[in-house]
Design a protein around this ligand. Structure first.
Ligand code: NAP
Ligand code: ZN
Ligand code: ZN
Length: 353
């Protein structure tokens, strides 16, 4: 194995194990690398999917965490854009080929040679899986490190690195602007950021949720209206209304009722569930109304920086509940019950003691 050092982390040894404190390797600082002392790390539903191997392909031990903010403690000899002491963010990507058509267009998330995930990717230096932000420190190439607006509350910034960019990217790609009619399905970590960001762009925003007890929260977050998906009359009243729907539901669900709420030429973008839907797609709305069903994954580095800067200008951050690293397993159980308003963030000091 190449040169490395060790840090404390929290990881799962198998899909059936709770996360526990473990020791992991970090590669030694390369010339373009930055070492970040992790202060806060958000808890994404993808962390849970990965720890429990919901998508298959998880390598163990698995150390999740891709909503990372911290302070730079060391920089390699060729680093030009950051210095020791700067705040820094790391999202879902730590590398890509940088040469393919996607990378050339700042779409590293769609790298044709496979981008490197912050966790469960492949660390080329150490020839092992990458380990995420549930750890004391991380080493990342400067090209994949984000600048954090200084005016925002640092712990509430962390979730922007995944929940923020994952909802921002489709809002921008589908050209959401003043007056666009946007619906967000599911009020969780991604959903609440989608509401804030769509409002920031001037859209008229509706939450579609299973949970009547979240109506007031959604309005407080800026939504203009709420549709409860299990109330047939409310879904009927929303028919043909939306230009864009961002569907954040993590598990298999019937999307046909949501498609019925799209306007002519509208698009439903899946960002949550990855897998085969049991309910077949009912095609008339697409054929007779030029509607689309699409998907989207996170966002590129340039776009992530644009989102962070936008959040700095518009004072947009996540609603967070702070937890200790040792409480992560309880947090996962609560996340499965949607009992979090709206993002857990780990205070990494708890791991360093
Ligand atoms: P989350 O905080 O758990 O929120 C998910 C929300 O979906 C819940 O609050 C709930 O909202 C709704 N929901 C949950 N289970 C449901 C079910 N069985 N049927 C219908 N609605 C349900 O999760 P998150 O962190 O926002 O992540 C959401 C999904 O996006 C996860 O699958 C995650 O892996 C994925 N993700 C994708 C990307 C990407 O790049 N595409 C990036 C990050 C995360 P209501 O109570 O309002 O209905
Ligand atoms: Zn995520
Ligand atoms: Zn590439």
């Amino acid at each position: 194995m190449n040169d490395h050092y060790t840090v404390k982390a929290f990881g799962a040894a198998s899909k059936d194990d709770d996360l526990k404190e473990i020791i992991i390797d970090r590669r030694s600082l390369q010339r373009k690398d930055i070492e970040i002392d992790i202060l806060y790390c958000g808890v994404c539903h993808s962390d849970l999917h990965t720890a429990r191997n919901d998508w298959g392909g998880t390598k163990y031990p698995a150390v999740p965490g891709h909503e990372i903010v911290g302070k730079i403690t060391r920089v390699g000899a060729d680093v030009t854009s950051f210095k020791v002491g700067d705040l820094a963010g790391v999202g879902c990507l730590v590398d890509s080929c940088r040469e393919c058509e996607s990378c050339k267009q700042d779409l590293e998330q769609y790298c044709l040679n496979g981008s490197t995930g912050t966790y469960n990717g492949k660390d080329q230096y150490l020839n092992q899986q990458t380990f995420g932000g549930y750890s004391e420190k991380i080493i990342v190439d400067e090209d994949f490190v984000l600048r954090i607006p200084e005016n925002l509350d640092l712990q509430a910034v962390a979730p922007l690195l995944c929940a923020g960019i994952t909802t921002w990217s489709p809002l921008k790609h589908w050209n959401v602007k003043e007056g666009s009619k946007v619906a967000v399905v599911g009020l969780g970590g991604l959903g609440h950021m989608a509401i804030k960001l769509a409002k920031g762009l001037g859209a008229e925003v509706t939450l579609i949720s299973r949970s009547p007890d979240k109506i007031q929260d959604a309005l407080d977050l800026g939504a203009d209206s709420v549709v409860i998906s299990t109330y047939e009359n409310e879904m009927k009243a929303a028919a043909g209304k939306f230009d864009l729907i961002i569907d954040t539901v993590p598990y298999d669900h019937d999307i046909n009722p949501y498609i019925a709420t799209l306007n002519i030429s509208g698009t439903l973008v899946l960002v949550g569930f990855i897998g085969k839907m049991d309910d077949a797609l009912f095609t008339p709305p697409m054929i007779l109304g030029r509607r689309s069903v699409a998907g989207s994954v996170i966002g590129g580095i340039k776009e992530t920086q644009e989102m962070l800067d936008f959040c700095g200008e518009h004072h947009i951050v996540s609603e967070v509940e702070m937890i200790k690293m040792q409480d992560i397993n309880k947090a996962y159980e609560r996340m499965l019950k949607s009992d979090i308003r709206y993002r857990f963030v780990i205070d990494m000091q708890s791991l360093k003691k």
